[in-house]
Every structure is written in C-alpha cells, then in structure tokens.
Design a protein around this ligand. Structure first.
Ligand SMILES: [Zn+2]
Length: 211
C-alpha cells in the first residue's frame, strides 16, 4: 500500500490518498479548497490511473472537510465517517463563516464507520480505531500489513490534537491515545493531519504529553 500526502488550505492540513497495485484508492480528509489544490489531487489520481472508491473523514473539522463536496461530486463518492461526527459536520458552515473561508458544504455522512470495523480497498484492508478527544467521533485508520497509521488530528509528532473545540476532551484524548495508538507496534509509521510523519516508538519516548 502506498500513501501520498498533500498539504492543503490555510490550515496546512494533510490530505492522504492511499492506493495499491490494483489502482483503487481511498481519499482521506480532502482539504483542497481552491482550483490549484483541486487540480493537484485530481492530476495525481489521473496520472497514476487510480480509481477512488471511498471518501473518508477522520473527523469533520473545517480544515479536513473543505474539499469533501468537490471530491464527492468529481468521483461520485459517498462520505464515510463515524456517526458522532454528523453533528460536527453540521456546524461547519458556521465555522467557515467565522474564519471567512469559502466552503461548498459537504455532503452528509451516509457511510458509517464504527470502532474496529475493517474496510477493504484493492488488495488491502484497514482497521478503524475509535480515538475520540480531539473531536467526539474521531477515527484513525490502521494498515496492519505494513504498520502504517492515518492518525488525523489525534496524535502529532511530539504533540497531540487540541481539545478546546466543541466536543473536545483532554482526558478522553489522552486515554484514547494510550489505549488505541500506543498499543500498536513501535515501528508503526504515523501520518498526521498536520506536520511531518512520526512513529509510535518515537512518540512513546518523546511525546511531552506522556511523560
Ligand atoms: Zn481537527
């Protein structure tokens, strides 16, 4: 499984495209918010002759959903996320207005991803980990075969997600990370919603929130 990262919008949000030799791909947290960013991701998909099969949000904060409508329409994809994020998604038009951002409202979540569900694409499968605290229905996606994790905004390199937004909870986030992420193999590569990738082993040793 290959992972391509794109950094989009005013929040420097990481959008991920996961693909394999079958040429099927998943699009996670599309933050593309102008024609240049839209072209960047669609050119990548076209150049690699990929067929997107799922649109997924780790959580529905504005920086992660800005490109949902465009991607959903372009590839005729339903939106998958945790059920709890429906109410977070519903508040994003107001959030976009607050930040003065252009936002073509996302389609609703019609595909529900539950804790420990397994999703398939191409010749690969990903396990859904429920990691609330940054957002109440936040999920991460774990590729067991290669120990790679799409972490959203739960865990960052030497940091964690903020917990001061509606539905956030610091104690919940700390215990989610301990129970769901720090139990993964130390060699697991962590691809976060912002900034560089890291590993579970590096975070176990160096993350200041877990001293
Ligand atoms: Zn977020």
């Amino acid at each position: 499984m290959q992972i391509a990262r794109f950094t989009f919008n005013d929040f420097q949000e990481n959008t991920y495209v996961l693909y394999d030799e079958s040429n099927e791909c998943l699009i996670i947290d599309p933050g593309c918010n102008n024609t240049f960013e839209q072209k960047t991701i669609t050119d990548f998909i076209a150049d690699n002759m990929l067929t997107p099969t799922m649109l997924i949000n780790t959580h529905c904060h504005i920086d992660h959903v800005l490109g949902n409508r465009y991607i959903s329409d372009k590839y005729a994809l339903a939106l998958y996320a945790h059920e709890i994020e429906k109410k977070v998604l519903a508040s994003q038009p107001m959030v976009a207005q607050y930040y003065g951002l252009y936002y073509d409202p996302s389609p609703d979540i019609t595909g529900v991803l539950e804790a420990n569900a397994v999703i398939n694409f191409g010749n690969n499968e990903l396990k859904i980990l429920f990691v609330p605290g940054h957002s109440p229905g936040h999920i991460c996606l774990f590729h067991q075969k290669s120990n790679q994790l799409i972490a959203g905004d739960a865990l960052f390199k030497e940091s964690i997600g903020r917990t001061d937004l509606p539905g956030g909870n610091y104690d919940t986030l700390i215990s989610s990370i301990r129970n769901e992420l720090f139990t993964l193999p130390e060699s697991t590569i962590v691809y976060s919603g912002h900034g560089d990738s890291t590993t579970i082993g590096h975070e176990l040793k160096n993350n200041p929130f877990f001293r």
